[in-house]
Design a protein. Sequence first.
Length: 373
Amino acid sequence: MHRRNFIRLAGLSVPTGAVIESRVAARLRESVASAPQKATPKAKLKVGHQHLATNEALKLFAALGVNNICSDLPSAKLDAAWSIEGLTMLRERVESFGIKLDCVPLPLSSAYITRHENPAIMLGKSPERDRQIDEICEMIRNAARAGIPMLKYNMSILGVVSTEPVTGRGGAKSRAFSYAKAKQEPSLTEAGPVNEDAYWERITYFLKRVMPVADEYKMKLACHPHDPGMPKDKGYRGVHTVLGSVDGLKKFLAIVNSPHHGLNFCQGTVSEMLAKPGVEIFDVIRYFGSRKKIFNVHFRNIRGGFLDFHETFIDNGDVDMLKAMRVYKEIGYDGMLMPDHVPKIEGDTGSLQAFAYSFGYIKALIAAVNAES
């Protein structure tokens, strides 16, 4: 007898396909509900600070929960401060406060060229630049031997260009830049005319000599963009700031193929490059972050955009900083986020109050994105 007829004649019911499917789905739901749930991984984001590593400051940072920093410049020259012993003492002093020394600046700052620690590198003047680059390479070696994982630097001629500050919330003064209001006098800097080709030659010359040393010693080198970006066709006082655009930063990173070649990603400076930073910055973060080229973040906000902007408190600009923090989590960024610049409040010596406000805000944003599933 056919099996189905036998069961029917025996008075037994046969579940239909829909019933079977329903029962299987119910069991799957029960299985999922009873299984241990995995917690969403927390982002390894860290609030950080830079250029203030006195014992008094370190004690304050420890109290505020700022557990990662970039130190002051050890010295403008290759001396005892840049020796293995000197750098080890610096690291151990920072660590004695429960703080990790994540980064140290090289003597290639954002200063104007006449105040630069190693001007021949940016002026492209050999053989002096070769001697200065050799000293930078020795600093890289010594920092690696002292247990320091990253060095940051600038490739600046103009320095940080600003116009008259603006008055913002509570009367606080903020840095501003308006290309239309900027007085380009004298018409050339002490570097003379520096077109794009000349600027790229100097950057490439430097990178081709230092990056093999950085690779050998597994030292991350994080470069800060030009602040602010200038018109590609005009430049500023004869200087064409090639690291003042997103395309320029992409070209910079393509010069050397190395996991140790990346950016001190100043979100404020990159926002200054954009027409609509409140819309565009997130995809820029994704682009460089997904390629693991963001080594350090200056996490600050602005109002305005390319060629006309002013800095703001972290919660008072055009960029949604919570959304930005979500993107850093999304790309798996695990480094420092530091305020970098803050508005100046009357009576706030050293801007410590303004920085403390930013530290707390950054810590709250990190907690917020880690609470999201």
